[in-house]
Structures are given as C-alpha cells and as structure tokens.
Design a protein around this ligand. Sequence first.
Ligand code: ADP
Length: 258
Amino acid sequence: MTGRFALADVTVRYGSQTALRAVTLTIRAAERIALVGPSGAGKTTLLRLLNGSARATAGRVSADGRDLAGLARADLRRLRAAIGVVHQDLRLVDNLRVSQNVLAGGFGRQGFWGSVRAMVRPRRQDLARAHAILERVGIGEALFQRVDRLSGGQQQRVAIARALYQEPHVLLADEPVASVDPARARDTVALLTDVCRERELTLVMSLHNLDLAREFFPRLVGLREGAVIFDGPPAALGGESYRDLYRLPPLARSLDGT
Ligand code: ADP
C-alpha cells in the first residue's frame, strides 16, 4: 500500500441520517491533510471510510486504485495493517508496560498469537525498535514504565509510538488533541506532522482547532453537514470560507467597514 486514496461521489447514510454527501476527494501518498469543520460535519465518518470500518452507501472509495467494497477479508486486513490509527481516547492497556503497549502495534502484521508472544517474551530486536520509536517521540526513558504511571502527554506519545511500530504507510488521527491543554495540543500536532513528513506517511487528521490546522497542514479539507465546502491550502481559507464552514452569518456592513 502506498497511501493513496480516492473518494468518488461518496454518500454515507446511517438510517435517515446522512453523514457524508457526494464527497469527491483525492488523497495523494505522503500528503498531510487536516479535516476541519464543526462537530457532526462528517469528519469521523470520512476517517472510518479510509480504513474500511465504514462503508459507502453510494459512490466508491478506493485505496491504491482498489475499490474497498470489493476487497476480500484478507486484503482488508492487509490494508488495515498498513494504516495506523491514533484515537482520541488512546486505547492503551493501562496496567501494562509502555513496551508491551507499543509491541501490540505489531498485531496487524504478526497476528494475535504472534503479538501475544512478542508482548510476553519480546525479542531483543523488537524491543530495540520499540525503544527507538519511543526516543523519536520523546519518551525513550519510559520503555519499562507502566502506562498508568505516565502523564496524559506521555500516554499520548505511547499511543503514537504504538501506531508507528506498526510501520504504517498511513496515519489517521481522530481529534487526537481534543482533550488536552493548548500547549500540549500544539506539541502533539507538531510531532505527528513532523514524523509523517520524515517517514513520508500519508496523514489525515480531524482537528477542531483551526489555528493548529492552518499552522501545521499544507492542505485543509473543510466539511459542513457532510459536504466538502473547502479544499485547499490554509492561505486560501479566507474569511468568507471560514464563516461558511462554521455557518456564521455574514459580517454586518457596519462591522466590516464596507
Ligand atoms: P464529526 O466527526 O465531524 O463530528 P461524524 O462523522 O461523527 O462527524 O458524524 C456525522 C453525522 O453522522 C452526525 O450527524 C452523526 O450524528 C451521524 N452519525 C455518525 N455515526 C453514526 C452512527 N453510527 N449512527 C447514526 N448516526 C451517526
């Protein structure tokens, strides 16, 4: 997998609720994209489509030119092994060591029992690789600590290290900084975008914080009510697009001086 995706006229409905409406989008390998827009706009649904955990009701989603709807289970498993996901709630096992949580990132490639073996009796080279990744994300010293002894910021780095241990071609992150303070949010977004640039991973991240999205991403995709209403570099997201995105009323003439 190279990390290319295409959505062609994709609609996703949950019962009577339409989560995405006729979305057409091309994601190139190693691109870094922030999905922005108000809550309920369809950002999570779009991320779930990319790793095959949500299905298009209409239209076509493809990865490396292959239609996801037509993939056999084994191919879908291979696709998922190539996609690292960083969840907002981290999904770490609190009472295990950092090393074991990171090694669990091998699950998709090694299978369940391979992963269990690697966690219980890790090979020296696997531990060395886990340690190198932890060093890269700034918490090398935490390798053998229990996750529940770490700060929230350190735990977030463990979750990122676990996703990287998987050696993905793509990283998907759903509001990874929604529940942390602004300084830490900035550090985490900087780390994720830097690592993806270094390793040439495709990164798609949903982000509430439009300032961070503008600062760290070359391309923003703005969603509102399930439709793409902006797609371009941050500099092109002018005042009006911003207001459209969040459906703010136009500025009153007396206020904007015209
Ligand atoms: P965002 O991530 O931008 O907040 P979501 O993709 O989570 O948006 O949701 C888009 C819309 O789809 C919302 O109206 C939401 O209520 C609806 N939705 C999402 N998932 C489900 C589901 N599993 N069942 C029913 N409705 C859903």
